[in-house]
Design a protein around this ligand. Structure first.
Ligand SMILES: [Zn+2]
Length: 190
């Protein structure tokens, strides 16, 4: 299955187009803790972010809307071909060495000032949530950040290796709260 476009006006050039990328999928399950798989949490939250953005009037493209494998280049290509305005990739983290490590991180490509701004907006929004821990913005050479031609960020929602954060990340209310703040961060200044 290919990308799923859930906006209502594909051809409207005035409408903000956001690509929401649920990390991993299919044979690539990402990190895990017991039967909790990263690919599933990523998809849950990506769908909620997409829903919020669409409600706010944006055009949204999901790189996947099912448990399917999509290559990293393919995800970036899709955003470039759609001439998207923003790209956000959703992931979860794991720290083998230290189970006390917790918190959301927002990554951007080092040479992207727009990416940095977007990452900061998302972090500022998430920091308004009492339940959420936030580790701030960081740079990384992730392929989806390097190969996308629009402002792009990758959000690591939190750590499966931390027991309390893992519980939050699989909780529907928390997923919704995070999705709302991520969407709000994306829409700021747009
Ligand atoms: Zn991941």
């Amino acid at each position: 299955m290919g990308a799923v476009h859930i906006g209502s006006a594909w051809s409207d050039p005035d409408r903000l187009t956001v690509v929401v990328d649920a990390g991993h999928g299919g044979r690539d399950q990402g990190t895990s803790a017991g039967d909790i798989l990263e690919k599933d949490v990523n998809l849950d939250v990506a769908r909620l972010v997409a829903k919020k953005l669409k409600k706010a009037g944006a055009d949204v493209i999901l790189t996947r809307d099912s448990d399917t494998y999509v290559g990293l280049e393919e995800r970036a290509d899709l955003a470039n071909q759609a001439d998207a305005d923003l790209f956000v990739s959703i992931h979860c983290n794991y720290c083998e060495e230290d189970a006390s490590v917790r918190g959301l991180e927002c990554y951007y490509s080092e040479d992207s000032a727009d990416g940095q701004l977007l990452a900061q907006q998302i972090v500022d929004q998430v920091e308004t949530l009492d339940q959420a821990a936030c580790r701030g913005t960081r740079t990384a050479d992730y392929r989806v950040l390097l190969h996308t031609e629009m402002p792009a960020v990758l959000v690591e929602l939190g750590y499966f290796s931390n027991r309390s954060e893992r519980a939050l990340l699989t909780d529907g209310d928390y997923q919704l709260a995070l999705a709302e703040e991520i969407a709000a961060g994306l829409l700021q200044g747009q």
